[in-house]
Ligand binder design. Structure first.
Ligand code: 2U9
Length: 340
């Protein structure tokens, strides 16, 4: 009896495994488990089994009945789902799934670092549109109609219908104008953001880059505050040994105006490849807000003074991280970006 049950089990399991349709499974169910099926026939033979073996044989036959019923049911389910009859097993010895953790872009990091320093000094962060009018990008900033910066070679103009010319802002000073139109001084604001100039792209130029510009308007603020503020800022950003140097310059929106150099971040001022043996690096432009800019936003230039400055974020990030090609920031090459 034992042998017959084992043979039946093997045969039935193989047939169930092979079955590929629900009809075939029903046939098998009738064939093995039906009232006139193979198992019922075997159970009828139970009476001929010696009395001492009978209970065990009966139990085996019942377990087989249950098992075959369960196998047929399982196979029916998997046929319905269209999945293999074998249930997928979890292998706990396999390595787990790894998740790659994202990072901030190096330019985002530096922009935040710069803004945090000024925020700690009482500045508020302001933002504005990247598509601007000539008024905000030039007129309000005392940039004359004849200025070469207005040329189509230096500014991206948009092909929009109507008399108003729209353009991609070439500096974030537009944001400070918009803030001053609404808020009364005293004010201290910092304007980070993207700017656009149709420069030919090379290792140090891009048609789009990032600026942070600052503006501090008050009744007492002076050029000495500008020097103190920027000296402090660069010591915070590049370390306490960093020195600053102010050279006279010209900007239409500030008077007096200055270019600002810092002692070379690589050699400390002795002269090296990064500073072209000069010991100094030009990093920023600044000055006292031109009275015409104040007039444009209806602030009285006899009562108020303003200090203003602007820097290019890519230039600072390149010095900070030792990067020699601006294009790397914009290629989205993860081999580069993962290093920061
Ligand atoms: C207002 C009035 C004046 C912002 C200033 C500069 C000088 C400057 C350049 C540095 C490198 C831009 O990224 S860069 O090419 N910026 O030299 N920017 S003063 O002056 C302002 C701003 C707002 C209302």
């Amino acid at each position: 009896m034992k042998g017959k049950l084992a043979a039946l089990e093997q045969e039935a399991l193989e047939e169930i495994e092979k079955a590929s349709t629900q009809d075939r499974l029903e046939q098998l169910r009738v064939q093995y488990l039906g009232r006139h099926g193979t198992l019922s026939a075997l159970l009828k033979e139970l009476g001929q089994v010696p009395a001492e073996e009978r209970p065990e044989a009966g139990e085996r036959a019942n377990r087989l009945k249950e098992r075959l019923g369960a196998e047929i049911k399982q196979k029916l389910i998997s046929l319905e789902k269209g999945t293999p009859a074998v249930r997928p097993l979890r292998d706990p010895t396999l390595p787990g799934h790894t998740f790659s953790v994202g990072k901030r872009h190096p330019l985002t990091r530096i922009t935040r670092e710069i803004c945090e320093i000024f925020v700690s000094l009482g500045f508020r962060v302001a933002e504005g549109p990247e598509i601007e009018t000539e008024y905000y990008n030039f007129d309000a900033l005392n940039i004359p109609a004849s200025h070469p910066a207005r040329d189509a070679f230096d500014t991206f103009y948009l092909n929009t219908p109507g008399p108003k010319k729209y353009l991609l802002r070439s500096q974030t000073s537009t944001v400070q104008i918009r803030v001053m139109e609404k808020a009364k001084p005293p004010l201290r604001i910092i304007a980070p953001g993207r700017v656009f100039r149709p420069d030919a792209v090379d290792a140090s130029h891009s048609f789009m880059f990032h600026q942070v510009e600052g503006l501090w308007v008050d009744t007492e603020v002076a050029f000495s505050d500008l020097k103190g503020l920027l000296t402090l800022f660069f010591k915070q950003l590049f370390g306490p040994k960093t020195r600053t140097r102010f050279r006279p310059h010209f900007f239409p929106f500030t008077e007096p105006s200055t270019d600002v150099d810092i002692s070379c971040t690589l050699c400390g001022g002795r002269g090296c490849r990064v500073c072209s043996q000069k010991g100094w690096l030009e990093v920023l432009g600044a000055g006292m807000v031109h009275p015409n800019v104040f007039r444009a936003v209806k602030v009285d230039p006899r009562r108020f003074r303003g200090l203003a400055f602007g820097l290019g974020v890519e230039r600072i990030a390149m010095l900070k991280f030792g990067i020699d090609d601006i294009r790397l920031f914009f290629e989205n090459d993860l081999r580069f970006l993962r290093q920061f």
